[in-house]
Design a protein around this ligand. Structure first.
Ligand SMILES: [Zn+2]
Length: 140
């Protein structure tokens, strides 16, 4: 078992069709508030390459880590790569030491879809938001 990193997934998450968009990441067990849910890992690329890959794509799995580096999780097996955006999310994405980590903002019930606020996206407000939350800003 040389060189096999520990699984960063702390709570069970399953991928299923989402009412928000395409597939979503759903809690398969209860997650207490403020606990780490897991991470998404992927190919380490430059932001320039990330922007090139994102061009013209509706759905991407790229997270920019810094001004210069990004992670492309397209070929990752981590279920949190399917996390959808919500204007009223139940989780938060944190970039820490080059890792993309998800934490529960409040208690998340089994079966609940895990969502984060993407903040600025490559869509630059051109993509309609269908999160359905009260106070939805309406665009990504
Ligand atoms: Zn919204």
């Amino acid at each position: 078992m040389r060189g096999v990193p520990a699984d960063p997934q702390k709570f069970a998450v399953r991928v299923a069709p989402s009412a928000i968009d395409g597939q979503g990441a759903f809690a398969a067990e209860a997650v207490p508030a403020r606990r780490k849910i897991g991470e998404i890992r992927g190919e380490s690329i430059s932001v320039r390459e990330a922007r090139r890959r994102a061009k013209g794509q509706q759905r991407i799995m790229i997270v920019e880590l810094s001004e210069t580096r990004a992670i492309d999780a397209t070929h990752s097996a981590d279920p949190l790569r399917y996390t959808n955006h919500s204007c009223r999310p139940n989780a938060v994405l944190r970039i820490r030491q080059g890792r993309v980590e998800f934490y529960a903002m409040r208690e998340i019930a089994p079966g609940e879809e895990i969502t984060v606020n993407y903040g600025e996206t490559h869509h630059e407000g051109r993509l309609a938001c269908r999160c359905g939350a009260p106070g939805c800003v309406g665009a990504l």
